[in-house]
Structures are given as structure tokens and as C-alpha cells.
Design a protein around this ligand. Structure first.
Ligand SMILES: C[S@@+](CC[C@H](N)C(=O)[O-])C[C@H]1O[C@@H](n2cnc3c(N)ncnc32)[C@H](O)[C@@H]1O
Length: 322
């Protein structure tokens, strides 16, 4: 039904086999080079930077209030620089963007030039291979490492967490953002897997995803990315399913402490975020939080996270502790 003339040319994935496993990194970078992710004009970037300035003030997240003056920051899988340039604007001494996709970095370079940001360095490399280059640039490690919506695209995400640990200074911060299957019914992962496995190539997968799911998913395109690049990310890029508990236990093993979690996954973190937002604890909540009953609101919180339609992004703010 979906067969088109050009399908013959492209029936196998571009990934190689790595230790018997599909090289998801190569497959993803190929998709994001083909349909550049979050490609944008200088005007759009300026809008994002100024919006970030406003929303940060109201945010309860620790990273929204970090002082980046004189700091070294890394964005692993920076794409067109959507998240990196706002950090540069906040005074980072050196900002390093790594991405496997040359076309994505070409778009980021254009913005860098227009902004006249001399302190930004882009490295065209797989994250897996970037260590020697980063160590050359910052021997002592970085203060802050951001990895946003990239880790499920990599072949060995556990090895990537160890690499992040090595790239950071002692006490350095890691901000990790990924699509977590324990949120929003896991529909993001389910739809990606359906399109990915039925489709034989990138175009096919996008066509299938577009036909079956895009009427629901396009509502999530808040940044108004070009439709084709949005669909490619959703349906043509290979994602590894990484549940919350696997991620947090691996972070611990590697030597990170999870300081903040959005949305919260346990009662302590939920209470902490309520306090930070200035919301008083009600009498009913106090009763529910007694030691005997605590498991009920915790379970309710996790069920709510899972059932909450539209939410699929998990944010962890971690500190390197050992
Ligand atoms: C969904 S985009 C996210 C871009 C950016 N972090 C953001 O939040 O807008 C994923 C990016 O990760 C890059 N990528 C995926 N796997 C990679 C890998 N193993 N090494 C380097 N870059 C990778 C892709 O080329 C793409 O630009």
C-alpha cells in the first residue's frame, strides 16, 4: 500500500551492527541530517532566547537560576542549537555543541555567526567519539552538561551516561531530558515503534506516522517546527525505550545524584516542588502523608503521571557526586 518507486533504493537502515546490536546512533543521525531538526531563523532564535529569559524567572527548576557566568557548558546532541544558544546568552565562558549531523551543525553555525558568539564551539562527532576532542578543549571538565532529547537515539545509553560523568568536573551538573515511557501512557514510544517497524525506510515511516498519528501529535509542536522535520523525529528516528527506574538506577551506579525530577515521581519530590511554588500543604494532604498512608499518594502520583495525556518528557537535574 505504501510502496513508491523510490522505496527500492532505500530499503535497509543506514546503521551498522555494533557488538551485535543495531547502531541506533547512526540511524538517528541519518534521519536528523535528512530532515534537520528544529532548523530556525535568527529571528526565531532571538524570540526563544527572550522567552527563556522570562519563563526562567518564574521557574522552580534549579537550572533556571544557575549562574552560568564564566562556566563551561556542553550540549550533547545540540542539533541546530535550540537549547545551547540560550545558555550562551546567560554568560557561559565556553559553550560546546556536539552533534553527529553536519547539516544540523551548519544551521547552528549560521546562527552563531549572526549572533557573533565567539565563545561557541561546534564539534561534528558522534557523542560516543567526542571525548578526546572535549578533553583537549576543557581538560578540567565542564560545569554543566545538557543532553536534551538525544539519549534514546544512542546505541548504548548506559555508556553515554558514564561518558557524561567523565566529561564533567567534580560537582558538575547534568540535565537530562528524554521521552519516558512511564509518562503519558507511553504513547510517544508506542507510535514511534509502530511507524518504525511497519515502515521499511525513513519516508515510509513518516508516511505511516503521518497517516495514523500526526493529527494527535502535531498539537505537541509548540515551537512550530517545519512539519516534515517534526514527523521525521516522531516516526522515522529510532528510539530506545528507557523507563524512569532504569535511568535513575544507572545514574546512581555511574556516580550521579538525582537532585530534581520533573514531573515528580515520589512524594518527597512532589512536596519539595509544591514548597518551591509557594503552595501550602492542605489538611487532607497532611493526613495522606502520614507514614501508614504514604504509599497511596505515591501510587496515585505515578498513575497520574502515566495517565496524564500529552506529558511524555522527563527532566532530571543531577549532580556528579563521585
Ligand atoms: C531530537 S534532536 C534534539 C536536538 C536538541 N538537543 C534539542 O533539544 O533541540 C536529536 C539530535 O541528536 C543528534 N544525535 C542523535 N544521536 C547522536 C549521537 N549518537 N551522537 C551525536 N549526535 C546525535 C541528532 O543528529 C539530532 O540533531
Amino acid at each position: 500500500m505504501f510502496k513508491k518507486k523510490d522505496q527500492k533504493k532505500e530499503t535497509i537502515d543506514p546503521g551498522r551492527d555494533v557488538k551485535g546490536d543495531f547502531d541506533r546512533s547512526a540511524g538517528s543521525v541519518d534521519v536528523f541530517s535528512w530532515r534537520r531538526h528544529a532548523d530556525m531563523s535568527l529571528e526565531k532564535m532571538m524570540k526563544i532566547i527572550s522567552k527563556d529569559r522570562i519563563t526562567r524567572k518564574r521557574s522552580i527548576r534549579a537550572d533556571a537560576h544557575f549562574d552560568f557566568n564564566g562556566k563551561v557548558v556542553i550540549d550533547a546532541g545540540c542539533g541546530g542549537g535550540l537549547k545551547l544558544f540560550p545558555l550562551v546568552e546567560r554568560g557561559a565562558k565556553l559553550a560546546i555543541g556536539i552533534d553527529g549531523s553536519a547539516p544540523a551543525l551548519a544551521a547552528a553555525q549560521k546562527i552563531k555567526k549572526k549572533l557573533g558568539a565567539q565563545n561557541v564551539v561546534f564539534i561534528n562527532s558522534f557523542i560516543e567519539d567526542c571525548e578526546p576532542k572535549i578533553t583537549k578543549l576543557v581538560g578540567g571538565g565542564a560545569d554543566f552538561l545538557l543532553c536534551s532529547q538525544v539519549i534514546p537515539h544512542t546505541t548504548d545509553w548506559r555508556a553515554i551516561l558514564s561518558l557524561f560523568h567523565r566529561l564533567l568536573k567534580d560537582d558538575g551538573w547534568l540535565k537530562l531530558v528524554w521521552v519516558d515511557c512511564t509518562l503519558g501512557f507511553g504513547v510517544y514510544n508506542i507510535r514511534n515503534k509502530i511507524s518504525y517497524w511497519i515502515g521499511k525506510n525513513k519516508k515510509d515511516r513518516m508516511r505511516i506516522g503521518d497517516m495514523l498519528f500526526s493529527r494527535f501529535d502535531m498539537k505537541g509542536n509548540k515551537q512550530k517546527f517545519e512539519k516534515q522535520s517534526y514527523l521525521a523525529d516522531l516516526y522515522a528516528a529510532p528510539y530506545k525505550i528507557i523507563p524512569f527506574w532504569s535511568m535513575t538506577s544507572e545514574l546512581k551506579k555511574v556516580g550521579f545524584e538525582v537532585m530534581e525530577c520533573y514531573p515528580p515521581n515520589d512524594l518527597e519530590e512532589w512536596q519539595r516542588q509544591r514548597r518551591r511554588s509557594g503552595i501550602a500543604v492542605t489538611r487532607g494532604e497532611k493526613i495522606a502523608f502520614t507514614p501508614f498512608l504514604r504509599w497511596i499518594p505515591t501510587l496515585a502520583l505515578r498513575i497520574r503521571n502515566f495517565l496524564w495525556r500529552g506529558a511524555n518528557e522527563r527532566i532530571l537535574i543531577c549532580r556528579k557526586i563521585s
